[in-house]
Design a protein around this ligand. Sequence first.
Ligand SMILES: C[S@@+](CC[C@H](N)C(=O)[O-])C[C@H]1O[C@@H](n2cnc3c(N)ncnc32)[C@H](O)[C@@H]1O
Length: 293
Amino acid sequence: MANTLTCLVCDDGRYQKSFQLFLERSSEHQCMRDFIRNMLPEVLSSVGNGKCHVNVIGVGSGSGEIDLEMLSTLRMKHPGVTVDNEVVEPSSQQLLKYKEFVSKNRDLDHVKFTWNKMTASEFEEHWKEKKTTTKADFIHMIQMLYYVKDPEATIDFFQSLLDNNGKLLIILVSGESGWGKLWSTYKHQLCNTEISQCVTTGDIKHHLDSKGVSYQSYELPSQMDITECFTEGDEKGELLLDFLTEVLDFSKTAPPELKEGVLNLLRHPDCSTESDGKVIFNNNLEAIVIDQK
Ligand SMILES: C[S@@+](CC[C@H](N)C(=O)[O-])C[C@H]1O[C@@H](n2cnc3c(N)ncnc32)[C@H](O)[C@@H]1O
């Protein structure tokens, strides 16, 4: 990452604002809901092994909308089962929103929430310090592996927590998406070396293949309207550009050649399609499901 650029996640307020706008401009959560409705029931059918109580861990849960949808699918597949749900999320703003959602939802009496305001690696430390022996039946990491230092080690640790028939679900952008093209071109200028950031499911599958770990994968087609990014000075366009580049105030702080190169690539057919005056970015995601070791 160029010395003059600051990582967007360093400013949680702006990060959360840009993520919210990204959700409004994309079919991100809709494609996850489709996956949860159509594919997840089958994935969850064997978890818990017939037990009447299951342990779930959500890592990087954000405000929990997607987590709550998954909990409802789990309940549908395993009615009567009670759930211990560990939430691992470092943003206090997001945790607060998650708690508000929970307090308004009447169908969660069977779930006990444990709130861990911490990163995935802090949770790992905490888990090891407490010498916890509890195993998990379902662990999910939805769009969060970008923010850890070592995604492979993070996957290995959480996979080691799975019980018999346990499942680890990872959702990230697909290597074939516009994100994949953007990162393969500008990884060195845009990505922070302290965290992985530019990781795609392509990288994760490569790692799993090299270790001989089997997995199932599912394509989640998704789009994002990035038209506003091309109007100089547009506040929302600038916020979206921050999210796309993961750079704080990208428009104002990036060297002109980098900004021009990124904007050109974003509307290039490798990343986007243009129709009716709209620039639609390929936001395809992929879900990877891993079993117990
Ligand atoms: C792109 S959001 C995804 C939120 C949610 N899973 C969703 O899909 O709507 C990424 C989340 O990961 C959290 N996060 C950032 N760094 C993290 C870390 N090191 N460990 C765990 N979560 C992290 C952020 O606070 C944010 O809520």
